[in-house]
Ligand binder design. Sequence first.
Ligand SMILES: [Zn+2]
Length: 118
Amino acid sequence: MKIAIACENNMVTEHFGHCESFSIFEVENNQINKSIVISNPGHRPGFLPEFLGDMGINVIIAGGMGNSAIQIFNGKGIEVIVGANGETRTVAEQYLQGNLVTTGSVCHQHKNSNECGS
Ligand SMILES: [Zn+2]
């Protein structure tokens, strides 16, 4: 299983679509096996859900994300958790322990312009 966390300097970022990078955690037997950080390849319409889906990501964690991006991920069978904050590895471990609950909050800031990440 793979978890992707929108981050900046190992901290979860507020805006999924505009994050500096993604921390990818590979999980086996509910333990983090490997972690890598990749740069955000950029914010283009419809690109990030494809990009992360193609990487085999199962779960996306961010501070906030636009509603249509959440729907695209869910349509691909990818779980989205928003409302997270703190250090990425801690957040990934909280998720694995079942202690991370999505708030369902979206980036209202982008309401009438670009959706965050879709
Ligand atoms: Zn945003």
